[in-house]
Design a protein around this ligand. Structure first.
Ligand code: AHR
Length: 344
């Protein structure tokens, strides 16, 4: 790799030996192993490895659509600073063409490594091949791509969104296990074509088939934003007389929907059972007030793992192709207890 020099390797190898001896810890790469990042962890020590010049990381972020995204951006920026990595940050404003442009700019600028959270799953092969031909490794964070050629990126760090959908579905099946009539569900989906929207829908649908009373009567994108969540929920309420459950693919859409539900004279959390995904502070506040009944956590604090992966990739250290983030689930009662500890 271009940033490596033999002397750097030797120096780093000795450094690693010294560090592990000093810590009495023989396990390498604690933060890049499977299920390594416990939700809520904000700091991870990034080990020095065989890179003999300051690393430049080009990072293309999805946008600023949600509280989750803001926490993710801060995590990446803070972790880069802490790790002494120069960060070139670009905000794509939820547009794939902006991300492709940003990646091409990073290639021209000859950054050492490129990382990005793809707005949508498809359509990345061409630009990823360009990065590969330029010899610049790519790391995916938060969201996956559907490229068949997995050699186009080094690793994908992030949540298991299908599992998140399953957790939401399982809770609902249990909640309504004794229901005798139809339970009408409306679904606020994330950005169309994005990995979390596709996977959270899939996991949820997989689980709710276990209870034939559970019926999805309407499903529409709210683009992961509060404003759209409110707008779409207003339309759902107008078009459907009986809504029992709202499943929102993130807290922000759920919070927007709560405004619409209250404006319609209904009680969120009682008249309409609400499930969301993320677990940002505002979501926890609403859950602790009983307005959200169940939150499936999605951890945005991926910065430390990303910095570690960037160093490892550049030093030639083996890393897993998939690094899954550990997450929890919270009822209103759990949220009440956990709220004071919530970091984002
Ligand atoms: O990709 C993660 C999702 O993107 C979060 O659940 C959502 O809030 C964000 O916008």
């Amino acid at each position: 790799m271009k940033v490596l020099k033999r002397s750097g390797l030797i120096l780093a190898a000795s450094l690693m030996l010294l560090i592990s001896a000093a810590c009495g810890n023989s396990g390498a790469g604690d933060n890049t192993s499977k299920n390594a990042n416990k939700a809520g962890d904000t700091k991870t020590e990034v080990k020095e490895t065989a890179v003999d010049k300051k690393i430049t990381l080009g990072f293309s972020q999805v946008g600023a659509e949600s509280g989750w995204r803001t926490a993710n951006t801060i995590s990446v920026q803070d972790s880069a600073k802490e790790a002494g990595i120069e960060l070139k940050f670009s905000d794509a404003q939820q547009k794939q063409e902006n991300q492709i442009k940003a990646i091409r700019t990073f290639i021209q600028q000859k950054v050492d490594v490129i990382a990005f959270s793809p707005v949508v799953e498809s359509g990345w092969d061409t630009v990823l091949k360009e990065a590969k031909e330029a010899g610049i490794p790519v790391i995916l964070t938060d969201r996956a791509v559907d490229s068949k050629d997995t050699s186009l990126y080094k690793t994908f760090i992030g949540s298991d969104f299908v599992e998140e959908g399953r957790s939401a579905g399982k809770w609902l099946v249990e909640k309504f296990k004794d229901a005798s009539g139809d339970i009408n569900i409306v679904e606020l989906q994330g950005t169309t074509g994005s990995a979390p929207a596709i996977d959270r829908q899939k996991g949820f649908a997989e689980e709710i088939v276990a209870n034939p009373n559970l019926k999805i009567i309407a499903s529409q994108t709210g683009d992961f934003t509060r404003a759209k969540g409110k707008e779409v929920m207003q339309a759902f309420l107008k078009a459907n007389k009986k809504i029992d459950v709202l499943y929102a693919h993130n807290d922000d859409m759920g919070l927007g929907a709560i405004q619409a539900i209250e404006a319609a004279g209904l009680k969120p959390g009682e008249d309409i059972i609400i499930i969301t995904v993320d677990g940002v502070k505002d979501g926890f506040v609403a859950a602790s007030e009983g307005k959200i009944n169940f939150i499936v956590e999605c951890n945005p604090l991926l910065g430390p793992q990303l910095m570690q992966a960037a160093r490892d990739v550049l030093s030639g250290t083996e890393i897993p192709q998939r690094i899954v983030t550990k997450e929890g689930v919270f009822t209103s009662e759990d949220a009440k207890r956990e709220l004071p500890n919530r970091k984002y």
